[in-house]
Design a protein. Structure first.
Lengths: 412, 240
């Protein structure tokens, strides 16, 4: 053990001398590993960022929620034509369910419509308008930067009040002060009663509350579409995560009554859960992860080939030196260790530089995608570069160790 | 006491389909404290003999006992250990590590012997002082003259206190005057009781030794004692 440590230390010192002696070559060789490690670390960091974005986005919707809908959101077990042929859900269904349901913390009907939202000359096209009632806010985790959600009175009375998502507010009122201002939807004036804080994440697209506006559900039917045009979704929030399953079972039973189904008829509604969304997201992220790391791994592989190539050249060039070392008593494993250490040190150095560059670049990535270099990425980078060095140094080092001292000494 | 005992060794190389007998049948004994010159024209087998004596190569046939240990069947690593502990090499082309300074070059065999750093430096400095290079320790080979380079090589050969010093044409790359200095240094080393084997093809260099082995066609042609051996003048440069 003591001998081994001694040899390790001497191996390092010999390697450092060799690397210092060939500065430019070592730097150029390292470049391959620098680029490889930079791309691997940056990719894993970016993937982490994408994953974070999905997770926080989903969390902003509320994790204990159920969505009773005509449509099945995530699973495709039921053929789409069956889903389409289901009877639309309407506000009566919601009212009946609300009266019967005992377990939920809150329930709210929602229906959507795409409309342009205007403030004088500023327009946002194709905004997702969520029609709902005052209880909607209790089914979500949304928070306000100004104002409030509309109340029961405004909701039941079908007042022209509106709550803006943060992105919409920013576009229509770049100076702020949106509260009590008026915006126009399809020529109808709506008074802004609240503006949401930044909630979700770009990955959610139209489902991002930042890109939505909320108005009383009556007004959607009054101004944009008839009640029968689109099925209503019932948002149900369970009291806590342990209650989600029970709430779901109750909902199935109640909805069968509400929809008037006979015992032998199948459900003509679906209870959707975020779990479905999470599964879809995890699958997507997983695919991105594998593809991304594979592609960046290729660049690391190219770097490793570069190291191996240069180590072979180095062994050839230093044949005489190897001969001298062997003549004065270097054993095979000492020579083997020397060259492997040399290649590992070059790679480790490259890995550390790559890590530094990746950390700097991740600050830029952070502008688009909140993320940072993770500890596991650091460990990954260092481990990968050492392993790369040892593996790509092995074949050249073995060639060197096997050299015949007489031949090697004669080499010019 | 015999340091080296060789019995009927032969070295046969396979070149294509032909067998080349570099050494046909050689037997010899070398005592502790002897100063032996091995002479022969090129192609005589003297290099092969030197490689075998230096444990750089093993014979095809025969027995080689070094300090009563049979080394003729040893593997690479065992031979490396013998070379490291028992043999000090001095080459015609010096064979120093170009990118390392004199001190590190002399330290090298001690590194492979596993001597701790502080002890190693001390001994390397001592050996360099011994050959008169105390003030050149941190010079690289390309900053030293030919004679100084050979002195570094001799210091490297001496630093492990080996059983034999094996010198292969040590003056071959030096001018006559510098060669003389180096031979004077070898003489001093010999007088201190070291065993020296000198390989050369020049008669006047061989005459520094007390015994000359003449090799021809892979056989020992003559094994003679030098009656009036040439003792070089002691030169100012070394400080023994």
């Amino acid at each position: 053990m003591k001998d081994f440590l001694f040899e390790m230390r001497e191996g390092f010192s010999i390697s450092f001398r060799a690397i210092r002696a060939n500065k430019i070559r070592s730097i150029l060789t390292t470049l391959g590993i620098v680029i490889g490690v930079t791309s691997v670390v940056l990719m894993s960091t970016a993937i982490k960022g994408i994953d974070n974005a999905f997770q926080t986005g989903v969390a902003s919707l509320g994790s204990d929620n159920l969505y009773i809908d005509k449509w099945e959101w995530f699973n495709n077990d039921t053929p789409w034509w069956e889903l389409r042929n289901r009877k639309n859900m309407d506000l009566q269904d919601y009212e009946k369910y609300k009266q019967l349901a005992k377990l939920p913390l809150a329930t709210a009907p929602t229906v959507w419509s795409f409309q342009a939202v205007k403030n004088k000359d500023k327009v946002v096209d194709q905004v997702m308008i969520q029609g709902t009632n005052e209880d909607y806010i209790k089914t979500t985790n949304l928070s306000f930067s100004e104002g409030r959600f509309f109340n029961e009175l405004e909701s039941n009375g079908g007042r022209n009040v509106i709550v803006l998502g943060s992105d919409i507010a920013k576009t229509l009122f770049p100076q702020g002060y949106a509260l009590d201002q008026e915006v126009k939807l399809k020529g109808h004036k709506f008074k802004v009663v609240g503006v949401l804080e930044v909630q979700g994440s770009w990955v959610m697209g139209n489902f991002n509350p930042d890109k939505q506006v909320f108005i009383p559900i009556q007004n959607v039917f009054k101004y944009f579409q008839s009640e029968s045009f689109r099925s209503v979704t019932i948002n149900v929030r369970a009291r806590n995560s342990q209650m989600v399953e029970a709430t779901k079972e109750e909902a199935v039973g109640l909805m069968r009554r509400v929809r008037g189904l006979a015992y032998n008829e199948e459900n003509d509604f679906s209870i959707n859960q975020q779990e479905g969304l999470l599964n879809t997201i995890n699958e997507t992220v997983g695919v991105i992860q594998i593809a991304g790391l594979f592609i960046t791994g290729l660049s690391l592989f190219v770097g490793a080939i570069g190291i191996m190539n240069i180590m072979f050249v180095s062994v050839k060039e230093r044949t005489k030196e190897i001969g001298i070392r062997k003549a004065i008593g270097a054993k095979r494993r000492t020579i083997l260790g020397q060259f492997i250490t040399e290649s590992a040190v070059i790679c480790l150095f490259g890995g550390l530089v790559g890590l530094g560059i990746a950390t700097l670049l991740s600050l830029i990535v952070n502008q688009f995608l909140p993320t940072s270099v993770q500890v596991d990425a650091v460990i990954l980078a260092i481990t990968i570069s050492i392993i790369t060095g040892v593996l790509s140094g092995f074949a050249p080092a073995y060639t060197a160790a096997k050299l015949d001292p007489v031949e090697a000494l004669r080499y010019e | 006491m015999n340091i080296i005992t060789i019995e009927h060794i032969a070295k046969i190389y396979q070149v294509g389909t032909e067998e080349v007998h570099a050494l046909a049948d050689v037997s010899l004994k070398i005592d502790k404290g002897e100063y032996v010159a091995i002479m022969g024209p090129s192609g005589s087998g003297k290099s092969t003999l030197m490689n075998i004596l230096g444990c750089l190569d093993t014979p095809t046939k025969g027995i080689y006992n070094f300090n009563d240990v049979n080394v003729s069947q040893m593997n690479d690593n065992e031979l490396a250990k013998i070379r490291n502990r028992e043999i000090g090499f001095v080459f015609q082309t010096f064979n120093l590590l170009a990118r390392s300074d004199a001190l590190h070059n002399v330290e090298l065999p001690l590194i492979y012997a596993g001597v701790p750093s502080a002890d190693r430096k001390e001994r390397a400095k001592e050996a360099l002082a011994h050959v008169g290079l105390a003030d050149r320790m941190h010079h690289r080979p390309n900053e030293l003259s030919g004679g100084q380079r050979q002195r570094v090589a001799i210091a490297r050969a001496l630093v492990t206190r080996p059983s034999i010093i094996l010198a292969d044409e040590p003056t071959g790359n030096l001018d006559t005057k510098t060669g003389e200095d180096i031979m004077a240094l070898f003489n001093e080393i010999y007088e201190q009781g070291n065993t020296i084997i000198l390989v050369t093809h020049e008669e006047y260099i061989a005459e520094h030794a007390e015994r000359i082995l003449r090799i021809r066609d892979g056989l020992i042609e003559k094994d003679e004692h030098v009656k009036d051996r040439y003792i070089p003048k002691k030169n100012g440069e070394s400080k023994i």
